[in-house]
Ligand binder design. Structure first.
Ligand code: NAD
Length: 248
């Protein structure tokens, strides 16, 4: 089926690579107009048909300025996020601040900026990328990451509840382990930490997945299309887990 998002105008953060990029590409394939944003605008090259913009979601001023010139926005996808490795004993105050600012407060910033326009039109879909870690399960060494992603779930439900009769919906996607550039970095770091090979470190991530494989960014894009589209119009405030059985 094509054209499932025809007539919709979407903003996607962190669309330069990984899940954000796949969501932007899936939206374009379904006929949406896509304002693709990333801290590093250079990464948006090659996202054919998108309207690219540099956007640092950690900046109040940048988000407000972007929202001011974005025009009508029907769909907001918040994909920016960062994985900190370690327990509570490894987490410095600066790392706590970074995790909560990039993973949670960024969504507070963008939703605050785009929600008024959605409310005015009585229509909108907000899709926040949380994680299976922090939603229904956890994993070792994901202390502040899990805490911040649990906060994303809470934030998503709060927005959904407060505007339940407005026509604006908010949902969270909770991915399991997904092949992406930053996963490759985490695999390389784990190999170094455990003094093992990259292949062995990759296998450790695969072994966390009961299905026996990593997820793909395209699988996250497909779910995001559904949540962005009117097909999901009776669905709000929910966590949508796509994790290969990680939380089973
Ligand atoms: N990959 C996984 O296994 C996995 C699993 C669960 C959840 N997630 C979540 O999915 C989201 C995307 O992760 P990924 O691994 O697909 O992508 P990634 O980490 O490889 O890419 C992240 C992108 O975010 C951009 N970015 C970084 N700081 C930014 C900022 N301040 N403003 C705007 N953009 C910024 C980067 O330039 C990059 O393009 C994150 O929220 C992550 O927590 C990922």
């Amino acid at each position: 089926m094509a054209g499932r998002l025809t007539g919709k105008r979407a903003v996607v953060t962190a669309a330069g690579q990984g899940i954000g990029r796949a969501i932007a590409a899936a939206f374009l394939a379904e006929g949406a107009e896509v304002l693709a944003t990333d801290l590093d605008a250079g990464k948006l090259d090659g996202l054919a048909g998108a309207l690219p913009s540099s956007l640092d979601v950690r900046s109040d001023a940048a988000v407000a300025e972007f929202a001011g010139r974005a025009g009508r926005v029907d769909v907001l996808v918040n994909a920016a996020g960062f994985v900190h490795h370690g327990t509570i004993l490894d987490c410095t105050d600066a790392e706590w601040e970074l995790a909560f600012d990039l993973n949670v407060r960024s969504m507070h910033r963008t939703i605050r900026a785009f929600l008024p326009g959605m409310l005015e039109r009585g229509n909108g879909s907000i899709v926040n990328i949380a994680s299976a870690v922090g939603a229904d399960a956890t994993a070792p060494n994901r202390y502040v990451y899990g805490a911040s992603k649990a906060a994303v779930v809470g934030l998503t439900k709060a927005v959904a509840r407060d505007f339940i009769r407005s026509g604006v919906r908010a949902n969270a996607i909770c991915p399991g382990t997904i092949q992406s550039p930053s996963l490759d970095e985490r695999i390389a770091a784990l190999a170094e930490m455990n003094k093992t090979t990259v292949e062995a470190a990759r296998q450790a991530f695969i072994d966390r997945q009961p299905m026996g494989r990593l997820g793909t960014t395209e699988e996250m894009g497909a779910l995001a299309v559904y949540l962005a589209s009117d097909e999901s119009r009776f669905t709000t405030g929910q966590t949508h887990v796509a994790d290969g059985g990680f939380t089973l």
